[in-house]
Design a protein around this ligand. Structure first.
Ligand SMILES: Nc1ncnc2c1ncn2[C@@H]1O[C@H](COP(=O)(O)OP(=O)(O)O)[C@@H](O)[C@H]1O
Ligand SMILES: [Mg+2]
Length: 273
């Protein structure tokens, strides 16, 4: 059947790739143009994301975070401007399955086992049964859920369901992972645990991540860069570098962490004025 690269091959094949994973230039988005319910959602977005970055989009509700993520995913086209992913139009990147996505609700199918949920994108891509099984097992190991392979999603906690969703999104080794408030529905302790798990997976897979959140500490804890968005129409107010190094158990108590949290909060207050 289909030739399936191993996880290592799939990851390393990106090595010769051009430096930018995302390159957005002058992108705007107007919904329902010319109609009475016209919405100017995004205004002149320029954004470059290099390989291996962990970018967080943060900003007031309705400022266009999800819209920007959907432009990158080519789920909607920009009204003007260009969106490139891996040096090709976002639409081509979608066809090439260059990215995986995860949302606030895990979106798993309960009539399928956990393994079968992770296999779904591979099934759609025509992978052989054996190759699917092997990859699903690898992914379950990655998200530490091997013993739940044959469970159904409703038998799992919310945090575990999100780990399955992440395993599914990464099953075909996309170079880019797009996440829209994936931990928004989890309680605080589970959420912090998931943040650590995501950082571990990010390092292990060398995937580039674009992550939407409302939470300032979450943005600072996870990111290499925090993109602060301004509302109506949404724009990029500032990009804040977060150079906290490898996160560990003491990071959340580190004065440098609080300094960054304050910096992001100050930038957000400015855009909300
Ligand atoms: N499909 C759509 N049709 C019309 N308006 C939309 C659509 N999607 C989003 N919007 C509007 O665009 C703006 C940005 O929305 P969104 O990107 O969902 O914001 P955020 O994710 O930051 O909360 C909002 O005013 C929203 O109502
Ligand atoms: Mg949103």
């Amino acid at each position: 059947m289909s030739e399936v690269p191993s996880m290592d091959e799939a990851v390393s094949s990106g090595q010769g790739a051009p430096p930018l994973v995302i390159d957005i230039r002058g992108a705007t988005k107007v919904f329902n143009p010319g109609k009475s319910n016209q919405v100017e959602a995004l205004d002149e977005i320029d954004l470059s994301v290099g390989p291996g970055e962990f970018i967080t989009l943060i900003g007031p509700s309705g400022c266009g975070k999800s819209t920007l993520l959907r432009l990158v995913a080519s789920l909607i086209p920009p009204s003007t401007g260009t969106v490139q992913v891996n040096a090709k139009p976002a639409e081509q990147a979608r066809l090439d399955r260059d990215y995986g996505m995860a949302f606030q609700t895990a979106g798993l199918f309960d009539w399928r086992t956990v393994t079968k949920n992770i296999e779904l994108p591979l099934e759609l891509m025509g992978w052989s049964r054996g190759a699917r099984r092997r990859r699903a097992a690898e992914m379950l190991e990655l998200v530490k859920l091997s013993e739940f392979a044959n469970h159904h999603p409703s038998e799992l906690s919310g945090g575990m369901q999100q780990r399955v969703a992440i395993a599914r999104a990464l099953s075909f080794s996309p170079s880019l992972l797009l996440m829209d408030e994936p931990f928004g529905a989890l309680d605080e302790m589970t959420r912090e645990h998931m943040q650590d798990e995501l950082l571990r997976i990010w390092k292990e897979t060398e995937t580039t991540v674009v992550f939407v959140t409302h939470s300032i500490p979450e943005a600072v804890y996870l990111s290499t860069q925090v993109v602060v968005m301004s509302p109506r129409p949404g724009g990029i107010a500032s990009v804040i570098d977060v150079d906290l190094g490898d996160r560990n158990a003491s990071t959340r108590d580190d004065p440098a962490f609080f300094t960054k949290v304050t910096e992001v909060r100050t930038a957000l207050r400015k855009v909300e004025e």
